[in-house]
Design a protein around this ligand. Sequence first.
Ligand code: F0G
Length: 433
Amino acid sequence: MNRQLMCVTCGSTYPLEDRRLRCDCGGLLDVQLDMGGAPSPDALAATFESRLSSHLPQDLSGVWRYRELVLDLPAGDIITFPEGRTNLYALDPTPLGLSALWAKHEGENPTGSFKDRGMTAAVSWARHQGARALICASTGNTSASLAAYGARAGIPVFVLIPEGHIARGKLSQALAYGAHTLQIDGNFDDAMHAVEQLAGSYQLTLVNSLNPFRLEGQKTIILDSYMQLGRHLPDWIIVPGGNLGNTSAFGKALIEMKALGLIDRVPRLAVIQAEGASPFARAAKDDFHHLKPMRPETIATAIRIGNPVNYSKAVRAIRFTDGVVTTVTDAEILQAKHDLDRQAIGCEPASAAGFAGLRKLRREDTVHAGESAMLIITGNILKDPDVTIALAMGETAGLGVAGAETLGSCTNTPRHVSSNVGAIARIIEEVLL
Ligand code: F0G
């Protein structure tokens, strides 16, 4: 299928090979798929399914397995670990009165977050185009992912991160994989502004989700879930929102799946933001008349973003899916994380925002009893050990989160014991007998 770049604001088109990040009008660009001559939905699904028995790297990837809807690249140009193929876990739907509840665990990707799905597409395309170096702004996961894919592609990487506001697991990955790591005295939005100015100079390729090829990879979260559910999607898809790349990618995936006849009914998207970093939710209240950037603050550092670059694409996603946008407090995020962690789903704080949001939407009866929902678990529990340990050990007071003091009762602290077998046995008896 042919592709070109198309502006989501004015509709201008550019060749796919054009290295521009935005339209001349300033609008965001889409990779637009020409669906003329597309295979039938059954033929497409059969192709996707058949690749499960292949051992080729591009078929083993849960991104390139769907390449007809991602990008057409020679196999030799693809930089893959492989990624994707994450599990879809069934959770107990009864406490929320739902008919089914799924958790799509994107934390199971090679660098521990959904970013790998977009990064394989963006870095493969950048290498295909002969990029000299790669750059991104990040709250942590994008930098970890880019550091890994850049190392694998043999292309130098620069990452800009907000000093003091990035979880340790993510910082450790960027450093260990050899990325040139620049900690800036500003937040993610400041870093994003800087990298957009720099992109294009020195043959640097920007791989934030402003890069439309990233979103083509991230669409596969939806395609993968659809195939895992036997060519179905639930009534609701719940995703945390920061820079709104996933929201935009999911909207585009659903628009294309509907146009291709893969789905008849469009699931509703629910985007969940932390209250202290909720410009999209505020804009939604005003029917998206305008986006008012805010100074972001939340314990969920991954979504500590006040001026999301993908705003116009995310609005399109909400409109197309009859979606909703809501906020949750940091205390609600921590409670949801605790509850997911205890089910051994485990995730970083931003990912738990989705579960907290689903609870709120059920309380308000926006999500109705008997409906089905899927949570997108965006990042691995190992990303943010500081918050995880504080929460597990009931030391939430130290996190400085209003309303989280009561979570101190969720304690599971390690107990000091001598190596004497009798002493250990006494503790086991205390628990079991
Ligand atoms: N969850 C996690 C774990 C994330 O890392 C991010 C974004 C989001 C949710 C929000 O996704 O931006 O597509 O709305 N992290 C970016 C980063 C900003 O730099 O790692 P979004």
